[in-house]
Write a protein that binds this ligand. Structure first.
Ligand SMILES: Nc1ncnc2c1ncn2[C@@H]1O[C@H](COP(=O)(O)OP(=O)(O)OP(=O)(O)O)[C@@H](O)[C@H]1O
Length: 697
């Protein structure tokens, strides 16, 4: 393809150029027996993975070291094999469990089901998984448990020393999600109290040295020392040489002006010129994924011949299980699947049919400014570590190709090696409450793998204090603080739920919280905007989006939860099913923590007050002189606008509260509701005490 240049990068390991020059083959790759791979027995497949040669070494290191750091290329078999080796070596004997954590829910589910298949057991029996709102394990039966690092943190609330686990493997540690970082800090603490606990930290691209420095045990008086247990205090580092199959890397010859358009053209070129094999395309979020799906679908319709045989499927976290399963189902003969995904498919995932990866070079990342107290999801360039993970989704069951929509020069000279840890670019509210709930009082002195900024910490403490979650001594309040910590949602949403119990509208607020937890309940896409806007008008409430959600939920219920009803109204049926599931779970949690489940029977003032009780920090007022709908945040005076997807877009009420901000050309408020400013002082007198009373009119 003239647009493309093969890469010349020399990655780690022995590199062999092929005759055409410039195409990279990494050492230790699977041999050309790839064609028979599909027919090999699962046992043979397992033995062919690079990690297999290291089985004895891994088991020896885990036996003799408190912490083992395993670095191995993508596809070398770390995630699926190491937990099985541990089980085979007896680490799950005597009622103990082996845990393997992942930063993402999708990876947890798919890896668990692969391992269950390899072990020939039913998923949920010996091998199970737990993600938020879903537990597929059996007490006393499950011995290998895959879970998100966030769920393992929650388990610590009931069992602070994680006593049921013999080994905990923290996988994909390079991602440095907030939960991974908190978990690493806490596991280090636990190790001091439970020297018999073994940790494995694994990744393809982790900086093993800094991780090793972090886990090096310091001797402290009156603490049990691992040396007494015959364990090495210095973490072991094992490098697994070799990877799955060859992945040929190609770069764009010139920078691309529009990555969605370039991605679509690349997919069409692959379809036209390359042999069979599915394509995995990485974009950033639902909006550009929907746009690409639409562009490709249009192409299939208008230009039938070249694009016939393409099956285009989106993949992002808001999708239902059924929609996600389509992505994993076998591709029909003669067809080519194109999966268009966010970075949820970036790590640990094996999509069997994928031969080609197209990498836009971007992802949506969270950035928090503690000064303005604004957190944004911004489309930002990925790191080299992410680019390698993305390329690693090809070459898993046969050789593959990766097309990077950026130049090689950009990759080599301008892309950062690793991303900034999430903890250094996020609002710390959820993190602080979790640590408090785990009894860590001195959070400023907590041993982090990477420290968050003191400003972000202080902001978080201030908000939690205003939410009534922390008291003057920065301890969890009773009952509010403990209740908020029990609900596995953003503390602002949790506080809204708790307030609704007192305001007599918890049934409505739990519905709203469930809708906010799915990415979008609307069907969107190019060419459907008009119809979808008209449908929205049928449900629009003058109070704003939250009340609109209630109208939709009611309509869905009255239709008998019908998929046709959803289709007719441009509502995503699968998203609504998910809302029902989350709602049920939240009801159970609410009852468990003693909230009263009650409906306000149409009293929307109660609903708005409850939203205000949780989200007062996001209050904004319309600038008096503004003709273009400019609002200013009450705290921080930031310029913000109502997002065009909101039912209040162009209505521009004077006082509003938003749920989140998205940043494109401007800062847009999503999910907006009107409020009476006097409620702000009621909800958070401390937070707003510095505002002049006349500014609240
Ligand atoms: N669902 C699956 N179907 C077919 N093969 C699979 C599946 N899952 C894993 N494999 C095979 O096992 C190999 C190892 O996968 P595993 O996830 O253990 O690797 P890894 O080293 O953890 O890689 P990564 O860092 O990319 O997660 C894959 O490259 C693939 O060959």
């Amino acid at each position: 393809m003239s647009f493309w240049k093969p890469g010349t990068e020399r990655p780690q390991g022995r590199v062999v150029d092929d005759e055409e020059g410039g195409v990279l083959f990494l050492s230790g790759s699977h041999s050309s027996s790839s064609s028979s791979y599909g027919y090999a027995s699962i046992e043979k497949q397992r033995q062919r993975l690079p990690v297999y040669k290291y089985r004895t070494a891994i088991l020896y290191l885990v036996e003799t070291h408190a912490t083992t750091i395993v670095v191995g290329e993508t596809g070398s078999g770390k995630t699926t094999q190491i937990p099985q080796y541990l089980k085979e070596a007896g680490w799950a004997a005597g009622g103990r469990l082996i845990a393997c954590t992942q930063p993402r829910r999708l990876a947890v589910q798919t890896v668990a089901s692969r391992v269950a298949e390899e072990m020939g057991v039913k998923l949920g029996d010996e091998v199970g998984y737990t993600i938020r709102f879903e537990d597929v394990t059996k007490p006393d039966v499950t011995v290998l448990k895959f879970l998100t690092d966030g769920v393992l943190l929650r388990e610590m609330m009931d069992d602070p020393l994680l006593t049921k686990y013999s080994v905990i493997m923290v996988d994909e540690a390079h991602e440095r999600s907030i939960s991974t970082d908190i978990l690493l800090g806490l596991l280090k603490k636990i190790q001091r109290r439970r020297p018999e606990l073994r940790l494995i930290i694994s990744s393809a691209t982790i900086e093993a040295k800094s991780m090793s420095d972090f886990f090096r045990m310091r001797k402290k008086r009156r603490e049990p020392e691992n040396e007494e247990h015959g364990l090495e205090v210095e973490p072991a580092i094992l490098s697994v040489e070799g990877r799955g199959f060859n992945v040929q890397i190609n770069y764009a010859e010139e920078p691309v002006p529009d990555y969605v358009q370039a991605a679509v053209s690349t997919v069409l070129l692959i379809h036209e010129r390359e042999p069979t094999g599915d394509v995995l395309l990485f974009l950033t979020g639902q909006d550009d994924i929907d746009a690409a799906v639409q562009l490709l679908s249009d192409e299939v319709q208008t230009n039938g011949k070249q694009s016939s045989g393409l099956i285009v499927l989106p993949l992002y976290s808001g999708l239902s299980r059924a929609e996600q399963e389509l992505v994993f189902s076998p591709t029909p003969r003669g067809k080519r699947k194109v999966v268009i995904s966010t970075n949820i498919a970036e790590t640990s995932l094996t999509l069997e049919g994928v031969v080609y990866v197209v990498d836009s070079g971007f992802s949506k990342q969270r950035f928090y400014n503690p000064i303005s107290d604004i957190e944004n999801l911004v489309v930002a360039p990925i790191s080299k570590a992410s680019a390698r993970q993305r390329a690693g989704r090809a070459g898993r069951v046969r050789p593959g190709k990766c097309y990077r929509l950026y130049t090689e020069e950009y990759f080599l000279k301008h892309m950062s090696n690793e991303g900034i840890p999430e903890i250094q670019r996020s609002n710390m509210v959820s993190c602080v409450i979790q640590l408090k709930a785990l009894g860590i009082d001195n959070i400023l002195g907590f041993d982090w793998p990477a420290s968050p900024s003191p400003e972000a910490m202080i902001r978080a403490l201030e908000i939690l204090y205003s939410l009534g979650v922390l008291d003057d001594d920065a301890k969890l309040t009773s009952p509010t603080g403990f209740q908020v910590a029990e609900i596995p949602l953003d503390p602002m949403v949790s506080k809204m739920i708790i307030a609704s119990s007192e305001l007599g509208c918890s049934q409505e607020i739990i519905t709203i919280a469930a809708v906010l937890s799915v990415q979008s309940i609307w069907i969107s896409g190019r060419g459907m905007q008009k119809e979808s806007d008209e449908a929205k008008l049928r449900f629009a409430a003058a109070e704003g989006d939250h009340v609109t959600f209630l109208n939709i939920y009611k309509g869905f219920h009255q239709s008998g939860k019908s998929s046709q009803w959803c289709h007719k109204n441009y509502i995503n049926y699968h998203a609504m099913r998910k809302v029902l599931e989350v709602r049920d779970q939240l009801k159970r949690i609410a009852q468990r923590i003693g909230l009263v489940l009650k409906s306000c029977d149409g009293d929307m003032q109660a609903v708005r007050k409850a939203v205000c009780a949780g989200f007062f920090a996001n209050a904004c007022h319309l600038e008096a002189y503004s003709h273009n709908g400019m609002y200013k945040t009450l705290r921080g005076s930031q310029e913000v606008y109502i997002h065009p997807s909101s039912v209040l877009f162009r209505v521009n009420p004077k006082w509003v509260i938003y749920n989140s901000l998205v940043s494109t050309d401007r800062q847009y408020m999503r999910n907006v509701i009107t409020i009476d400013p006097s409620w702000l002082l009621e909800a958070a007198p401390h937070f707003y005490q510095l505002l002049k009373p006349d500014s609240l009119h």
